[in-house]
Design a protein around this ligand. Structure first.
Ligand code: ARG
Length: 490
């Protein structure tokens, strides 16, 4: 007999209705968290004298066994893990004891607490993996301060840069992704337990104690807010979307750069597939799937936003439908970060091709215009006009070419205003272009070396933050463990 339905309802749902209603499948992600929440709640109930010592011990003992049996021992005809777990407990220890666990609690605060605990662990692990990705990116960047390559805008040759500069650009974006995840972590790591259905409870519970035992940084103070909101999910998922966008842009470059047309890198065979018909093919499927999973993650975010939109307060079953999207996007983003890390650390850089490609497309035109400004004192817009007109001829200009065009456009020779052949040669040299761009954030090796150091330092402080988070969570887990042990010894 279903412990939940037996009172109010007389008809049982058929299998089709059960499948429609159940969250059991997605709740696999909540099983461990649910046991922790049950334990913390029961310890608090005992400390507040809401249940007696022997019931408390028997419940904790039962929870221990349920944990060992695993989720597969639960009755899947129940609509979610919370009630199935309670039913299993009652089956083990009897209703007079097991039936007391859910005092002063609702599944509404219970599920919100479980999701926050499980998501908290996901966010920590994700931050660690993005940290490792950035470490690998700056490691590769360190080997390529002098690896000249074309820089693009509109996918057209634009200005020469270095591979280090490109990898550091991505690294900088990923560091912001970590910072955003950190913000989401802070707002996820808050305790809704004690809100009960929404109106809290008349039992003398101690919300601070469960907050402490579950290692939350604080509690959600308004009980109606606590069970109603999924903004922490939306926030985390929008961080995932932002991160996937960063990843997809890097993936896209890896795909482009491995084409015959670009031919700047070769991805490792383990991150490549081949064709079932064309024996010569080496395809960047992993990077393509990373690009595609961005769509999955964005779709999941849109689903949760749409599910929550205009939902009246407080709890509605609609909220159950949001949770699987969270796990789907969390899995997609974490695996993508790992794939990116693997691809970057194993790819082969074709330095010679990068250099050759940098000599094409008159990418030094900007520096030539700048040099004209510096040597002749004419306005930048005029220099841009002259160099643009020269570029139209498709020829890398000599001083004579420039003089001819400037005569036409401004009725003066640039050489007469101080431009020399030597100035032009230097302006047209990609390496000299790069070395000149030594302002903060520029591609000059001196500056990219500084950027590597700064990012490495930043990574060190991020690693410290994550270690502290883990330490706090582990300390709380230990406190909960000890509290349980104390009860069981008495
Ligand atoms: N499985 C539900 C969920 O994920 C748990 C809460 C159910 N609460 C309720 N009042 N039916 O949201």
């Amino acid at each position: 007999m279903n412990i939940l339905r037996r009172g109010r309802l007389s008809a049982e749902p058929d299998e089709d209705i059960e499948r429609f209603t159940s969250s059991m499948e997605a709740d696999r992600r909540l099983f461990d968290a649910d046991i922790e929440v049950d334990r913390a709640h029961v310890i608090m109930l005992r400390e507040q004298d809401i249940i007696n010592a022997s019931d408390c011990a028997a419940i904790l003992c039962g929870l221990e066994k349920i944990k060992a049996e695993g989720i597969s021992a639960l009755d899947t005809s129940y609509e979610d893990v919370h009630i199935a777990l309670e039913a299993r407990l009652i089956e083990m220890v009897g209703e007079d004891t097991g039936g007391r666990m859910h005092s002063a609690r609702s599944r509404n605060d219970e599920v919100a607490t479980c999701i926050r605990l499980a998501l908290r662990a996901e966010l920590m692990a994700l931050m660690e993996e993005v940290h490792d990705l950035v470490a690998s990116l700056i490691g590769t960047a360190s080997k390529h301060h002098d690896t000249i390559m074309p820089g693009y805008t509109h996918t057209q040759h634009a200005q020469p840069t270095t591979l280090a500069h490109n990898l550091l650009a991505h690294s900088t974006a990923f560091v912001r992704d970590i910072e955003r995840l950190n913000g989401a972590y802070g707002r996820t790591n808050l305790n809704p337990l004690g809100a009960a259905a929404f109106a809290s409870t008349g039992f003398p519970i101690d919300r601070k104690r469960t907050t402490e035992l579950l290692g939350f940084e604080g509690m959600l103070r308004n009980s109606m807010d606590a069970v109603s909101t999924r903004d922490f999910m939306i926030e985390s998922m929008s961080c995932f979307s932002n991160l996937m966008t960063s990843l997809s842009r890097m993936a896209e470059e890896l795909i482009l750069w491995s084409t015959t047309e670009f031919d700047l890198i070769e991805l490792d065979d383990s991150y490549s597939s081949t064709s079932s018909i064309m024996p010569q093919k080496k395809n960047p499927d992993i990077a393509e799937l990373m690009r595609a999973k961005t769509g999955t993650v964005n779709g999941a975010l849109m689903s949760v936003l749409t599910i929550c939109k205009a939902l009246p307060y407080s709890y509605n079953r609609d909220l159950q439908e949001a949770t699987p999207h969270l796990w789907r996007s969390a899995d997609a983003v974490r695996s993508s970060v790992r794939m990116a890390h693997g691809m970057i650390s194993t790819m082969k850089v074709k330095k010679e091709n990068m250099k050759l490609s940098s000599e094409k497309g008159f990418m030094t035109a900007t520096e030539l215009a700048d040099t004209i400004v510096r040597t002749t004192g004419i306005p930048f817009r005029t220099a841009h006009h002259i160099v643009g007109a020269v570029a139209r001829t498709g020829k890398i200009p000599s001083l004579r070419d420039l003089d001819a065009i400037s005569m036409k456009l401004i009725h003066e020779k640039l050489s007469a205003r101080g431009l020399s052949e030597k100035d032009i040669i230097e302006a047209l040299d990609p390496a000299a272009n790069i070395n000149k761009r030594a302002v903060t954030g520029g591609p000059a090796p001196k500056e990219t070396k500084r950027q590597v150091m700064a990012l490495a330092k930043k990574l060190g402080s991020i690693a410290g933050d994550i270690r502290l988070m883990r330490k706090k969570v582990n300390a709380a887990a230990e406190e909960l463990e000890n509290a349980c042990k104390n009860v069981l010894q008495v």
